[in-house]
Each structure stands twice: as C-alpha cells, then as structure tokens.
Design a protein around this ligand. Structure first.
Ligand code: C5P
Length: 227
C-alpha cells in the first residue's frame, strides 16, 4: 500500500474536483486532475478536425500532442502544446466528445503512463498526492493507501454542474445537463477498458445530502485513519 496517495474516483458532478483540490491544499499535497488530461487530449482531437470515434486517428493525434497538467491544487493549469487551455477544455464541445476519446485503449495507455509518472514523482514530497478521476483506485494507482468513491444522485449532480456552469460564465441548462450526466455515466461505466466502477477496497461517500464542509470533514477523518 502506498501511503500518501489518495485516490478520489466517481462520476461527474459529485463535487469531486472541488473536494480534491481543497483536500490537497489542506494536506499540503500535490494534486492531479486526470479528467483534465482526457479533456485536453480531446481538445487536440477536435482541433485537428478528426472524428473522435476514429481510433487510429485519435491515437496518432494524442501521441503527438504535448499535454502538461499542473499539480498545484491552488492553480492547476492545463497546457496543450504550450498554451493554457484550462477554460476551453470545460466547454460543451469537449464535454460531448471526451467519453469517446477516453474509451480508446491507446489513449488510456499513454495517459495512465503519464499519470503514474506524476504520482511517482509526488511520492518523494512529504505531503503526498490527491489524484482524482474514474479509474485511479482500480487501474492507475490500485495500491493507493486511501481510495474514496464519491457518488450522488444524477439529479443532484446535474444541479451542481449547472450551478458551476453559471458561476463560470457559461449558459446553464438543468435538463440538458441532467441528460448529459446520464449519457456520460453510461458511456464511462460501459466502456471495455477501465470502466468507471468502485474499487473493492474503496470507501463509498454519497454526497447527495452533504455540503462541501461536511464532505471534507469525512475525508479528513478517512485520511487520518488510512491515508
Ligand atoms: O472529471 P471530468 O468530468 O473532467 O472527466 C471528463 C471525462 O474524462 C470523463 O467523462 C471520462 O470520460 C474521462 N475520464 C476517464 N478517466 C479518468 C478521468 C476522466 O475516462 N481517470
């Protein structure tokens, strides 16, 4: 078991990103947002004008792209070929295409390799690392000392995503977001390679009825016990 590695997995809209960043800051840990890596890879595919379901083309573009994802929880920048794409990767085009790109086995192989390298480097620092994604506890870092699987009802997740869109200046549409959340859940859970599922030894935390401070309190308790 790797003490110092906290794996936070779960579907979108559970508050995972906010919670992971806050937890990493409080622990003095580094932070890795693996979803941002799949999103930046997807942006590269879209910019190249390629079809996200054309596996050979997707593989070629993603292997050639230079993806850099920052590990500072206060300011996790995302660079694609040297340019900050932090805003663009949260937009609707990328969100619509990311499940297809992240289902390509070769894309996962490349990005998981980079993720393991970031984790390996972080382990020499005293604060450890908080890694968020879909397959951290099952595939990227199955040896993580603490694995948490965040869940919430689909409606609650759609409400949070919509509030986040509005607060970040994008148009919010609850019904469309609800449909999108359900569509991505089905694609992420149904794919052949590293589907979204809870690791057998993960702790499940349902955040439907919990606010952010309550979720963080639970996580700090778990870190004290096992992290
Ligand atoms: O977490 P976020 O919503 O930014 O992730 C975007 C997408 O990236 C997910 O819907 C999923 O398709 C993919 N992803 C993944 N494996 C991860 C993290 C994200 O397949 N570890």
């Amino acid at each position: 078991q790797l003490r110092g590695v906290v794996a936070l997995d779960g579907p979108s809209g559970t508050g995972k990103s906010t919670v992971s960043r806050r937890l990493a800051s409080a622990l003095g840990a580094t932070y890795l947002d693996t979803g941002a890596m799949y999103r930046a890879a997807t942006l590269a595919v879209l910019r190249a004008g390629a079809d996200p379901s054309d596996e050979a083309e997707v593989r070629r573009i993603v292997s050639a792209a230079r993806l850099v994802v920052g590990t500072d929880p206060g300011h996790p920048e995302v660079l694609l070929d040297g340019v900050d794409v932090g805003r663009e990767i949260r937009g609707p085009q990328v969100t619509a295409a990311v499940s297809a790109v992240s289902a390509v086995a070769e894309v996962r192989r490349l990005l998981v390799g980079q993720q393991r390298e970031v984790i390996r480097r972080a382990l020499v620092s005293p604060g450890g690392i908080v890694v968020e994604g879909r397959d951290i506890g099952t595939a990227v870092a199955p040896e993580a000392g603490l694995k948490v699987y965040l869940t919430a009802s689909a409606r609650a997740r759609a409400e949070r995503r919509t509030a986040q869109d509005v607060s970040e200046g994008r148009a919010g549409n609850l019904d469309r977001t609800h449909q999108d959340v359900q569509r991505r859940d089905a694609l992420d859970s149904g794919r052949a390679v590293s589907p979204l599922r809870m690791a057998d030894d993960a702790v499940e935390l349902d955040t439907t009825e919990l606010d952010l401070p309550a979720v963080l309190e639970q996580l700090h308790k778990l870190v004290e016990l096992r992290g």
